[in-house]
Design a protein around this ligand. Structure first.
Ligand SMILES: [Zn+2]
Length: 103
């Protein structure tokens, strides 16, 4: 399972923290806890319907803008995950071969 990252600065203005999770929902949950711990949100504020909707939009927009694991955020199907993994392995293999050729 891929580890996803969300930069808090994409949801609020003045914060350099990041929130991690293994899925979209886990990122959202960790973002709620982060907001309560570090941004003085109450439990009610952090779980409010409008707030959650805003964060969902922010997480999606952040992934799109930063191109970080957008595919996995959109669709967590095993096929997509397998293809992403294979693409990463092929890229690594090409890198290793190019490095060896240049020695
Ligand atoms: Zn923050």
């Amino acid at each position: 399972m891929a580890r996803l990252v969300f930069f808090c600065t994409d949801a609020t203005l003045d914060c350099t923290d990041s929130v991690y999770g293994n899925s979209f929902d886990e990122i959202l949950l960790n973002l709620q806890e982060h907001a309560i711990a570090h941004h003085a949100y109450s439990n009610e504020d952090a779980s409010g319907e409008d707030q959650v909707a805003y964060w969902r939009t922010a997480i999606t927009a952040s992934a799109r803008q930063r191109r970080t694991l957008l595919v996995i955020l959109r669709d967590e199907s095993p096929l997509i995950l397998a293809m992403t993994t294979i693409a990463a392995l092929v890229a690594l293999l090409v890198f290793v071969v190019v490095s060896l050729v240049n020695l």
